[in-house]
Design a protein around this ligand. Sequence first.
Ligand SMILES: CC(C)(COP(=O)(O)OP(=O)(O)OC[C@H]1O[C@@H](n2cnc3c(N)ncnc32)[C@H](O)[C@@H]1OP(=O)(O)O)[C@@H](O)C(=O)NCCC(=O)NCCS
Length: 143
Amino acid sequence: MIHQLADVQSEQIGENTNIWQFTVVLPGAVIGEGCNICSHCFIENDVKVGNHVTVKAGVFLWDGITVEDSVFIGPNATFCNDRYPKSKNKEFHLERILIRRGASIGANATILPGVVIGENAMIAAGAVVTKDVGADMIIKGKY
Ligand SMILES: CC(C)(COP(=O)(O)OP(=O)(O)OC[C@H]1O[C@@H](n2cnc3c(N)ncnc32)[C@H](O)[C@@H]1OP(=O)(O)O)[C@@H](O)C(=O)NCCC(=O)NCCS
């Protein structure tokens, strides 16, 4: 189900995926089946989302982000792909982010560029993740 108030420009959306109001999905994005993409999200072009993924409200997935199956992304979690941002710098060095299968990211966590989050890891609400997180780890605060 794609809500009539969503702007979904990609045709690569899996079956039984719901995309709710005021979410924008750009044409290059790939989203799997059985996902729930809540309202007020943005999914850029170079983004892959697996199957059975939950993306809560207010999440922006920028170019270079890969989300594997069964990941949970809490509301207002923030992903960064540019380590040294400058206004209007289109030549920035994009560092990719990978969130492995079954990981959960708490509300308002910030994931810095280049990070890999391991399978079934749990990122606490409000955490700031600066480096790779191993499988099954629980991370709080600055890591
Ligand atoms: C990280 C988390 C899983 C830990 O849960 P838990 O193991 O039951 O932890 P507890 O509540 O027993 O707390 C253990 C300690 O960690 C601290 N803590 C818990 N969550 C924390 C967080 N997000 N950031 C920093 N410290 C945290 C507690 O204050 C406590 O510290 P203390 O031992 O000094 O008193 C949980 O707190 C969390 O952040 N979950 C994500 C919630 C979320 O964002 N949901 C999505 C939207 S609904």
